[in-house]
Design a protein around this ligand. Sequence first.
Ligand code: SAH
Length: 275
Amino acid sequence: MSEVKHTGTKHPLASGAPEHEAVTRRRPLGVMAALPDELGDLVAAMRAEGDVRTVAHGQRDYHVGTVHGAPCVVTLARIGKVAAAATVSALIHVFDIDAVVFTGVAGGVGRDVQIGDIVVAHTLMQHDLDASPLFPRFEVPLLGISRFAADATLAARLAAACEDFVEREGRALATRFSTAPPRVHRGLVISGDQFIASAAAVNALRAALPDALAVEMEGAAIAQVCYEYGVPCAIVRTISDTADVHAPASFSTFLVEIAGTYSSGILRRFLQARG
Ligand code: SAH
């Protein structure tokens, strides 16, 4: 992680060294999820490790501290693209984060993506963005981009954490939650402001975007904001449902019973390695 020298005016939310002294400090990693269950034990682990400063900003709580040896700002975005974009903007501008990792659940879209599998985004796009015929379908108007890349290094480290998690805990998880042994996929994650919960809707997405692995409601918005500000980001999703008629029940059960176990296991490995 990079070291940055901060001089001059102290930010109103900053703490620590006096204003007149040049301070060298490590910039924190932003860690986000949409819903509390998706963060697992992260805030508790941060509290167990030392002081946590909780800053209320824009109707969200930002927890500033160290977790698994890594300086982090941990927060919840709530659901949807606007909520995610607003939250990641605050992480960048108010909390001066170095990079962002988003963890959560998603609907499986790829044909071999099963409930309990993990998808690490390689690229992300907004499946509901359509300003055609003025601009090509899916393209962000005036930016000229439809697919945003996750940071390759960060995504590779996240995928390595997922592989280790699955290797060591996958069999036990499959038995405990009656799922197939989980697998880790890497590829396209698509985002939109809809909970996809019918065969017709998920088949339409498959037809339009045959390489999509998972569908959710925040990732591509985060990737766009991070692209625009030059901040590295990575997104990991555990598959809670297959975006069909069973999705509401499957999502709800998975969220409450399983999502936290995955996030805790993956983030612990990722943050310890980053440490
Ligand atoms: N009714 C739920 C709303 C869930 S929205 C509630 O009251 O809490 C679903 C959340 O999980 C979003 O944050 C989204 O990113 C993700 N997600 C999981 N499965 C999804 C699916 N099939 N379609 C879209 N988003 C999904």
